[in-house]
Design a protein around this ligand. Sequence first.
Ligand code: NAP
Length: 293
Amino acid sequence: MARIAIVGVGAIGGALAALLSTTGKHKLTLCTRRPLPELVVQTPDGEVRVNARNWTSPAQGAPVDWVIVATKTYDAESTAAWFPGLCITGAPVAIVQNGVEHRERFTAWVRPQRLLPVVIDCPVERKSNGVVQLRGTALLNVEDSPFGRSFLDLFAGSAAQCVPTDDFQSAVWWKLCVNVVGALNALTLQPVSVLWQEPMTSVARGLVTECAAVARAEGAQLSNTIADEIINLYRCHPADSINSLLADRLAGRRMESDARNGAVVRKGLKHGIPTPLNQMAVALLENAGRKPA
Ligand SMILES: NC(=O)c1ccc[n+]([C@@H]2O[C@H](COP(=O)([O-])OP(=O)(O)OC[C@H]3O[C@@H](n4cnc5c(N)ncnc54)[C@H](OP(=O)(O)O)[C@@H]3O)[C@@H](O)[C@H]2O)c1
């Protein structure tokens, strides 16, 4: 049994809560900004009603054994307000977010050795506050270390597919290579099929190629055909599927463009690698819909 706090209970936090709940082993706490009277997760195997307590203020925080962060990347500062209460006895913090800067994002508040980056692939969406729909298998990828394995052990007996990897750097950058392309959907306000025709395919390929060059400078092992692999991956998606950047833009929410294309630009600058397409994507997304000064 572990005492586990999940900070941020939207789509991903809800899916993780359901998976942990089905193990029947843990004491769960859901840390949210607004009250969550119940959490119901619809899964391919049926409905899961999560049995957990709910805290809505960091002032309620008490020590736990693990903290799992499932907020958006741009909410790091308000997320960190939970750490003093939850981590007072040294609880490790698993960061389940997109991008490649999991540790950098939180080292101002938690020692890097206590932070565990997690890559998640999970077809899930939040239908309303307290109702989440999980459409398939959640795949959790962490570094293959005692620390990483103790995190994955929390999910033993659940339907999560746990993948410890001895090359986490490649896994996290591969995911970013997939995600940088999503900027084109958010910019054009069109679903995945917009990537299937020229000249959009070439631009998508260019975004991935820049990201992969930076990834290799950061130590990731990526194949020389990665741009083709990712374009082919997008061709296998249903024509009308919508990625999270586009969904956020359509809903008038803030987008995670800085943690995605912005990370490529930042790391590119560090290595002297030009990333003009990703730079343009960030500039356009940050100004999309903004009223003139
Ligand atoms: N959804 C997916 O399929 C998917 C797949 C892979 C990776 N990811 C990544 O996973 C991360 C989470 O994404 P998501 O889709 O789950 O986002 P989401 O549905 O927007 O959920 C984020 C939740 O965090 C809450 N939150 C924000 N600040 C908080 C704070 N200070 N204290 C407590 N709760 C707080 C939000 O509260 P409110 O409800 O009050 O806004 C929201 O419920 C992102 O980095 C995303 O890129 C998502």
